[in-house]
Design a protein around this ligand. Structure first.
Ligand code: ZN
Length: 311
């Protein structure tokens, strides 16, 4: 099986919020800790900074900074983990190295400050989602009024992210924010979303969104969260059901713009036989039942590698 690039995990959130001290290098209860990433033959992993909405606004920035500190002291402290600050580094990783990429899942931590956003980019954040599920100073999230979109400050944020060659992540946006961002963003992905035609959930993309995203040069990375695969299901969701979403998108937009976006350590429930990053090869095996070996290699990593080479 080819090596894989995964565009979303929440291991930093776990390291930051668990009651018991958690060690990235050794903890077998993490879904995307070092042992699992190694076992899963992961070439590069995106680590999201995610600040829970229960944290008061005035404390959110420091919570995000704390997660960057954990990225440095726990993730980058491992000799195998290489911080990807320039996309060209993906091409020079050695066999036993794993690329570590930072993303910001929602701009809630910056409130109305471009200066705070600059701090995150200077720390190495390469992908930015404008919202999580709720509204903030920048845009409206997936669980908000679908007619409310990007704010005036949000437009400033998008143009600053373009200037800094940052990938915008539309996975958590509501529909209006998605349509507002699409023509403005230079580099755009949905890092962890599935097909709404198969599973009607606000976190999934409609066919119209998926087509427009690909026409704008974007990519879609599919998510392993059971309720986003089968409506209202948490248990007994199979890898085959996730493969249905890949089939749908391949028929709709082709195979060249798809990838992986597990959401490991950010999901309460898991797909059968896809319970942690170590089981990534099982997904690739199941994809090979319906797609060619070449196409599975594209989904696993090479589509995204091609995408970032153009940045
Ligand atoms: Zn998410």
């Amino acid at each position: 099986m080819p090596k894989a690039i995964d565009l979303h995990c929440d291991v930093l959130y776990q390291l930051s919020t668990r009651q018991q001290p958690t060690n990235f290098a050794t903890d077998v209860t993490l879904q995307a800790g070092l042992p699992q990433l190694k076992q899963g033959n992961i070439k590069a992993q995106v680590f999201a900074i995610f600040v829970d909405e229960s944290i008061p606004q005035r404390e959110r920035y420091m919570e995000a900074i704390r997660q960057i500190e954990l990225f440095q002291t726990q993730v980058l402290a491992q000799p195998e983990m290489i911080h990807i600050t320039d996309w060209a580094q993906l091409d020079t990783l050695e066999e036993d190295q794993i690329g570590a990429i930072l993303s910001l899942e929602g701009c809630d931590a910056i409130d109305g400050s471009l200066h705070k956003l600059q701090t995150f980019l200077d720390a190495g954040v390469k992908l930015v989602g404008l919202t999580w599920n709720y509204a903030n100073a920048v845009a409206h999230g997936a669980q908000e009024d679908p007619t409310q979109g990007l704010t005036a400050f949000g437009r400033e944020v998008v143009s600053y992210l373009n200037e800094r060659q940052i990938i915008m992540d539309v996975s958590h946006l509501n529909e209006q924010s998605f349509w507002d961002v699409l023509p403005l963003a230079k580099h755009i992905v949905a890092s962890h979303s599935n097909a709404r035609a198969i599973c009607d959930h606000v976190r999934n993309l409609t066919d119209a969104q998926a087509k427009a995203l690909i026409e704008a040069g974007g990519h879609i990375h599919l998510v392993y969260n059971p309720p986003f695969i089968e409506r209202d299901r948490t248990d007994d969701v199979s890898i085959d059901s996730l493969v249905m979403h890949y089939r749908h998108f391949v028929n709709l937009v082709g195979v060249d713009h798809l990838g992986l976006g597990s959401d490991f350590d950010g999901i309460e429930h898991t797909v059968l036989e896809l319970q942690n990053s170590g089981q990534t090869p099982k997904l690739l095996e199941k994809l090979q039942v319906v797609f060619s070996e070449e196409d599975v290699a594209k989904i696993a990593a090479s589509n995204f590698e091609r995408f970032v080479r153009a940045i």
